[in-house]
Design a protein around this ligand. Structure first.
Ligand code: ADP
Ligand code: MG
Length: 398
């Protein structure tokens, strides 16, 4: 199922708005923040994801200068060099790729990667001088690093004010389209499945979905403060004072009746594969001290799957249990099965949620995998993202 016929015009400038780029230098902000191991790229997913944008621009004759951050280097620590990324990119594109050591030494060439932009102290401060120097290197700017769009940095926001033309790349455009459609124009019912470890990380997301969704299904460690706040005894399950206070407040909000909490939980006497475990019907019995919940139980799995099956749109963020340990993966697996089986539009975001889908081998069976991490959640919360705002069409634009 796709949003094609319902997607609202997000107002974002896209590659088509750039005009003729043949022979022009286009500065492309990409997300090459990949895991490295022994000086090699350990997982090149993020590099592969931007290839369509790079190919589209190359086919139009653009000369590319790619800009990315990698980790959080102190000074110019060579451990954070983009050298390994350059080598992998050259392999993937079957083209020569040059590495520019800094802004003052950009080699001639059709495909150049600038060294880690966080080697520049002005980057994270959105220093106007750095932004102007970046802008001076290019005729146009494209941002395909949606995962950094919630930060106003020189390469994600400031630079836009120093180039004549700017636009979102294909990946960025699709993230904004899919997330806006989910939040502002979803096929109904809109069902949010929210899990993960900590309630305080996700409380703003829960509250936003109480406003726009038809049902909000809670699972995972995040759900326990809500159970505790509703008067259940949860033993040693994850729950801190801050999470409990946040859950109490949220349960008082208008829309709180849309929240569904687990009715049964898999509890264990240790966070370990070989722990003793049993199912507790938390709607009728307590979790004893010494036991902690690590997954949703079979009744909750069936109930949630039933809601997902009847949804028009499903947004899922956060595993509903400690799925990394095999005995506690069944709940998250059941949610994944329901999400890929429903006829609904399905949008799944979050690093660990995507890791779970990948582990179950179904990551290519959802409508949209939202790879934007914290930026995707900030977008869903309804916060204006500086990197997105900078690429919005002004009313005066054609
Ligand atoms: P995402 O990266 O998809 O946004 P989070 O980072 O919020 O998700 O949460 C993922 C983590 O939450 C996983 O590592 C998972 O093991 C953990 N988790 C979920 N439920 C529990 C639980 N009941 N006890 C311990 N950890 C849990
Ligand atoms: Mg995570």
């Amino acid at each position: 199922m796709s949003f094609a016929d319902t997607a609202p015009n997000s107002g974002l400038r896209t590659l088509g708005d750039l005009g003729d780029v043949a022979g022009r230098r286009v500065l492309v902000r990409v997300d090459f923040n990949v895991p490295l191991q022994d000086g090699q790229v350990a997982d090149d997913t993020r590099i592969r994801l931007v290839l369509p944008t790079l190919r589209a621009l190359r086919e139009r004759g653009a000369r590319l200068l790619l800009v990315s951050h990698l980790g959080r280097p102190k000074d110019r620590d060579p451990a954070f060099s983009l050298r390994p990324v350059v080598d992998r990119l050259a392999l993937l594109l079957a083209e020569e790729v040059a590495l520019a050591p800094d802004l003052d030494h950009i080699p001639d060439g059709d495909l150049v990667v600038l060294e880690n932009i966080r080697y520049e102290p002005g980057e994270t401060k959105n220093d106007p001088q750095l932004a102007a120097r970046l802008g001076a290197l290019a005729d146009a700017y494209v941002n395909d690093a949606f995962g950094s769009a919630h930060r106003a940095h020189a390469s994600t926001e400031g630079v836009v004010h120093h180039v004549a033309r700017s636009a979102a790349g294909l990946l960025f455009e699709r993230e904004v389209e899919m997330l806006s459609a989910t939040m502002s124009d979803p096929r109904r019912p809109l069902v949010a499945v929210l899990g993960g470890a900590k309630a305080t990380d996700k409380i703003a997301v829960i509250e936003r979905f109480l406003e726009v969704a038809d049902a909000v299904l809670l699972g995972g460690g995040m759900g326990y403060p809500f159970l505790a706040a509703s008067g259940r005894r949860i033993g040693n399950s994850l729950c801190d004072a801050e999470g409990l206070a946040a859950a109490r407040r949220t349960l008082e909000l208008p829309g709180a009746e849309k929240l569904r909490l687990a009715v049964d939980l898999v509890v264990a006497d240790d966070f370990a594969t070989d722990a003793a475990r049993r199912v507790v019907n938390i709607d009728a019995e307590d979790i004893e001290d010494g036991w902690e919940a690590l997954d949703i139980g079979p009744r909750t799995r069936a109930a949630y799957a039933h809601v997902i099956e009847r949804a028009g749109t499903v947004f899922w963020n956060g595993p509903v249990g400690a799925f990394e340990l095999a005995p506690f993966a069944a709940g998250t697996h059941a949610i994944a099965d329901a999400v890929v089986a429903t006829d609904a539009v399905t949008v799944v975001g979050g690093g660990d949620s995507i890791a779970a889908l990948t582990k179950f081998g179904v990551e290519d069976r959802v409508t949209h995998l939202s790879t934007g991490g914290g930026a995707s959640l900030a977008f869903v919360e309804g916060r204006p993202l500086p990197g997105v705002v900078a690429l919005m069409r002004a009313p005066s634009d054609g």
